[in-house]
Design a protein around this ligand. Structure first.
Ligand code: NAD
Length: 254
């Protein structure tokens, strides 16, 4: 019942960029696209362990909060592969030192989170969109969060930025709908990744977190990847501007 299930998509000849693809959800997304024969470009600030990333995944070092690096990375992808079919904006941080009420949150932590989680999504999108417009085809998928939809203690920066990731998707969806570009977002519940393991250490209590999800457990990265695979495929051709909660019922629970 709790096993990896996968619909097969054919992403042959498709070029997909996954930011933060070196770990957690991003790594799961890289693996899923690679299994579906896509050309996958993993963009990350940290080179992942070479045993984790499938052989056919191409790694580019890039700090998504930096315009110059985003622009040159996208240029390299276009020069080498000639097209960009999908961008998965996923690189994000929720550092342990961000769990404070906002009046106690250090400004440098605020700036880092805005820089990566918000500006990073914007910069990668603005750099791939000209190519997608030229192709008259493309999908951008922003990984948001359940915390975009409801509050929790001491996530006063992370939550609002994640809500902004959903609105970025809606805004871009409307802006580029006539140009063959679809933009969507996915709001995962708690997923078993290094980020969540770190935040559990900061907050304590894995069982309580699992129980908050009506299904009684946290999710797996492949369960998020499956949603992304569908949303980026032609099977979702009439879906744009939508946010999909992939959260074991957390959102329904309130
Ligand atoms: P993770 O920490 O496992 O992976 C994040 C990756 O992003 C890492 O490989 C890291 O090196 C990379 N990264 C960080 N800063 C970067 C930068 N400046 N430029 C390029 N890459 C950078 O995290 P995760 O849990 O897989 O989270 C991925 C995304 O999913 C984030 O946007 C997060 O907010 C979102 N999310 C996660 C959960 C969850 O439960 N894990 C739930 C909801 C949403």
């Amino acid at each position: 019942k709790n096993e990896k299930a996968m619909v097969r998509y054919d992403y042959s000849d498709r070029v997909v960029i996954v930011t933060g693809g070196g770990s957690g959800i991003g790594l799961g997304i890289c693996q899923a696209f690679a299994e579906s024969n896509a050309t996958v470009i993993c963009v990350d600030i940290d080179q992942p362990d070479s045993t984790e990333l499938p052989d056919q995944v191409v790694f580019y070092h890039c700090d998504v909060s930096d315009q110059e690096q985003c622009s040159s990375t996208v240029r390299k992808v276009i020069d080498r592969f000639g097209r960009i079919d999908a961008l998965i904006n996923n690189a994000g941080i929720q550092p342990a030192d961000s769990y404070h009420p906002i009046d106690e949150l250090p400004e440098n932590v605020f700036d880092r989170m805005v820089g990566i989680n918000f500006r990073g999504y914007h910069l990668m999108a603005r750099n791939v969109i000209p190519q997608m417009k030229q192709q008259q085809r493309g999908v951008i998928c922003n990984i948001a969060s359940g915390q975009a939809h409801r509050t929790a203690r001491h996530v006063g920066v992370y939550g609002p930025i994640k809500a902004a990731n959903i609105m970025q998707a809606k805004q871009w969806a409307v802006e580029y709908a006539r140009m063959g570009i679809r933009v969507v977002s996915v709001s995962p519940g708690a997923i078993d990744t290094p980020m969540v393991r770190a935040s559990l250490e900061a907050q304590g209590g894995g069982e309580a977190l699992a129980n908050r999800h009506p299904v009684g457990r946290i999710g797996r990265v492949d369960e998020v990847a499956n949603a992304v695979m569908w949303l980026c495929s032609d099977s979702a051709s009439f879906v744009t501007g939508a946010d999909l909660e992939v959260d074991g019922g957390l959102g329904a629970f309130g």
